[in-house]
Design a protein around this ligand. Structure first.
Ligand SMILES: *Cc1c(COP(=O)(O)O)cnc(C)c1O
Length: 358
């Protein structure tokens, strides 16, 4: 039998989530962010499921290449922008829009000999302090781009929120106001919102949403799962029990012997570990489902295997199904236990995991 570790991608959930995002922001166009192999769900699979999106957002030109090779003809936006002059030819060949966020990119455009226009999303840094021009330079940068023959006259203006998952929080309010003041005199479509802002900041919806996590059914809002916003998880991660062992009271389980049996008990071994992308940081007590019932991880997660406390189950056998996350066990809860966010977990699934669609 082949290894049972499987990531099932729920294509209908992806479609449902796009419809839900549209329902939440009916006046905005939707850029489906598919970077990092569609948040680990598979780039081409996700893009085909989300063909109804108005654009795709990627972090690498190689992803844009894959989308075009897969026959996707939507707008594609290179979210981190281009790195070197040779990238400009690739953008033109693939018909890809680029973010421009830095002086170095502006200089490359100004030195570029081609007259074939490239579509630009001009990014301002309103408080995230990662990518973007200072808002104080908005007029100057905008004018320099508008002066270029090789830049399409239709600029889209954007910024990125640092803490839009805190609904009503002051930083996002300040970023919205700062962006408005900096760009008041400039024309063009506006894009502010990531998923959290789609869910919690209606006045930031504007012309273009840039939604990633929400489309995969994921929430980054503390204490909330995607389901709390009407979203459906797009991934189930599952495996099987490959051993059940009776272990005596006082014995300790796994590497570094971190967990001690409080009584004679059945310990289940499931065929999944950090070599599959399940987080090694998940401590004892992290929930998994065995036959649909919640049981805790015990001991250290190892590369290929994890150990489970089966005391809560009466009828369990080798071969029984184990769910690590999915519609019945929110990945957000697993992420919380492991000290991370759901996005990191879905992005971390490795190549040895079998992907299937359902
Ligand atoms: C990743 C990314 C997004 C999407 O963020 P989500 O929280 O997944 O919706 C939006 N905009 C930019 C610039 C990004 O890099």
């Amino acid at each position: 039998m082949s290894r049972a570790t499987t990531a099932t991608i729920h294509v209908d959930a992806l479609r449902h989530n796009l419809a839900q995002v549209r329902a939440l922001a009916p006046h905005s166009r939707v850029m489906a962010v598919v970077k990092a192999d569609g948040y680990g769900h598979g780039l081409e699979r996700v893009a085909h499921a989300l063909e109804g999106a108005d654009a795709f957002g990627v972090a690498a030109l190689s992803d844009a290449e894959r989308l075009r090779a897969a026959g996707l003809s939507q707008r594609i936006v290179l979210l981190s922008g281009f790195d070197e002059p040779a990238d400009l030819a690739q953008l033109r060949r693939l018909g890809v829009d680029t973010v421009v966020h830095h002086e170095s990119q502006l200089a490359m455009l100004e030195a570029d000999a081609s007259a074939e226009p490239i579509r630009v999303w001009l990014k301002f840094d309103t408080g995230m302090h990662r990518l973007g021009f200072a808002p104080t330079r908005a007029g100057e940068i905008h004018a320099r781009l508008r002066a270029l023959q090789n830049v399409d006259a239709e600029l889209t203006l954007m910024t990125h929120f640092a803490s839009s998952d805190e609904f009503g929080g002051g930083q996002t309010r300040e970023q919205i106001i700062g962006f408005g003041e900096a760009t008041a005199a400039l024309g063009g479509a506006v894009s502010l919102s990531n998923s959290a802002a789609v869910l919690g900041w209606p006045d930031a919806h504007r012309d273009w949403l840039r939604a990633g996590g929400a489309l995969y059914g994921l929430s980054v809002v503390a204490g909330k799962t995607g389901a709390d916003f009407g979203l459906k998880p797009a991934m189930t991660l599952s495996t099987r029990i490959i051993a059940i062992n009776r272990v005596a009271r006082g014995e300790r389980i796994g590497y570094s012997a971190t967990w001690q049996c409080p009584e004679d008990m059945d310990v289940g071994v499931a065929a999944i570990g950090y070599g599959d992308g399940y987080p090694r940081a998940a401590p004892a007590g992290t929930p998994v489902l065995v036959n649909g019932v919640r049981v805790p991880v015990i001991g250290r997660v190892s590369m290929d295997l994890m150990t489970l406390d089966l005391r809560g189950l009466s009828d369990v056998a080798v071969g029984d199904p184990v769910t690590l996350w999915g519609p019945d066990l929110p990945v957000e809860q697993v992420a919380e236990a492991a000290g991370t966010i759901s996005y990191e977990l879905t992005c971390s699934i490795t190549r040895r995991v079998r992907f299937v669609e359902a």
